[in-house]
Design a protein around this ligand. Structure first.
Ligand code: TYD
Length: 203
């Protein structure tokens, strides 16, 4: 029984949703049991989270909603792993650290590294450590251009914000051995091939 936990992270428009789906398919083709999942989740908790970011809301309220959704999601992930699945999550804990630290800094002032540290600490009881985290790194100008055809922009999808989020992601990656940074400005084929190679090496 092979189990494992892989997360995909990156700023909006980096392509992680498409790549994670393709990788999930490839692992399934190898005969492995794969569970693809996503945050915010498609449960009522995820609904509450999504509602919060369409409104102007206290940034702490918003951060705790992401954590509330994650706590229950983590239970689900553990159960799937116990039953021999490879769980692939499109966003997980590092999204909260990278995005909410940027948002706190912009809304409340104060130091981004301090918020980052606090968010990591407060997350500890509700998360498990992934075996592998793939950070799809891309310049926000490129990712926003990709998103511009998609209609209404979400609250987090501004150039100023995504620059800070990217910076946070790179800081987190530098300090975590299970992070691999992928150049997500390359073509979908190239990116998927690189991720596939890493997964074969690491798992
Ligand atoms: P996204 O991956 O775009 O999901 P969906 O397609 O359901 O909208 O995530 C939504 C936004 O929420 C995105 O801009 C990133 C942000 N986000 C956080 O700020 N913190 C978090 O913990 C998560 C999971 C997402």
């Amino acid at each position: 029984m092979v189990s494992g936990f892989i997360t995909f992270e990156g700023i909006d428009g980096c392509g992680k949703s498409t790549v994670s789906r393709l990788i999930g398919q490839q692992l399934q083709n190898e005969g492995l049991h794969v569970q693809l999942t996503i945050e915010p989740t498609r449960t009522w908790l995820g609904e509450a989270v999504r509602r919060s970011y369409t409104e102007e809301i206290n940034p702490y309220t918003e951060a705790f909603l992401f954590l509330a959704d994650r706590a229950t999601h983590t239970d689900w992930i553990k159960e799937k792993m116990d039953h021999g699945n490879i769980v692939i999550s499109d966003r997980y804990s590092d999204s909260t650290v990278a995005y909410q630290a940027a948002l706190f800094h912009q809304k409340l002032g104060g130091s981004m590294p301090e918020y980052l540290k606090w968010l990591q600490e407060v997350s500890q009881p509700v998360i498990i450590k992934p075996n592998l985290t793939l950070l799809m790194d891309i310049d926000p100008e490129v990712s926003l251009a990709r998103l511009s055809g998609r209609g209404k922009m979400e609250k987090f999808e501004t150039l100023e914000n995504l620059k800070l989020v990217r910076k946070n992601y790179l800081t987190i990656a530098k300090n975590s051995a299970h992070f691999k940074i992928i150049d997500a400005s390359k073509s979908l084929e190239e990116v998927t091939e690189e991720v596939w190679k890493i997964i074969n090496q690491e798992l």
